[in-house]
Write a protein that binds this ligand. Sequence first.
Ligand SMILES: [Zn+2]
Length: 227
Amino acid sequence: MVVPAVERANFGAVASVCRDYPDCFPAYGIHPLYVDRARPEDLDALREILRREFAVAVGEIGLDRHHGNNGPRDDERQALYFTEQLKIAREFQLPVLLHVRKAIDPILAAVRQAKVCGGIAHAFNGSRQQAGEFIKLGFKLGFGGAMTYPGSTRIRELAATLPLASIVLETDAPDIPPVWKVGSRNTPADLLRIAETLAELRGLPLEVIAAATTENARAVLPRLTIS
Ligand SMILES: [Zn+2]
């Protein structure tokens, strides 16, 4: 399991969970929905923790241009922290975990410019063409809870037909509850049923899906040492 941080204040908690549970692997970053409380010195803190602690990626970082109930959104501030963190990922030669919401094309442009060494576009919800662009840049696409809803026709169609080598599984727990968890807490334990959903969509045995997505995760996050 990859456990990404969302802001400087939880870097320590992520580090300690991953120390206590050897199957958890940390990533550090400032999430776009947390940049309103971020300060420039948090970027120094990110560099520092990456120097000091083991990490499989920089994340979760990205852009979120959804008009939700998260208060006023500051696109410029999001873009600044995103670009700076892409530079840090490149400095440390780490892949990135991307939060991509209503901002796929600007994210693709920034990633291309920063020349990061790939990563994961998590909870992918774009077009086939945009999926192809990510794949060309060395990214895998994360599929999880959204894929379990019969009404998510575009996501299910992509999950069923994109090259299997480009797909990784995720829960995004506690967010994006799968269809069987509506109204209750989504947890990493739901990953098995998410894998079963992908197996059904692709008409493949569960073992094939499990082996392929594990291999894909290892390929894109080389520091992930799973047996
Ligand atoms: Zn996210």
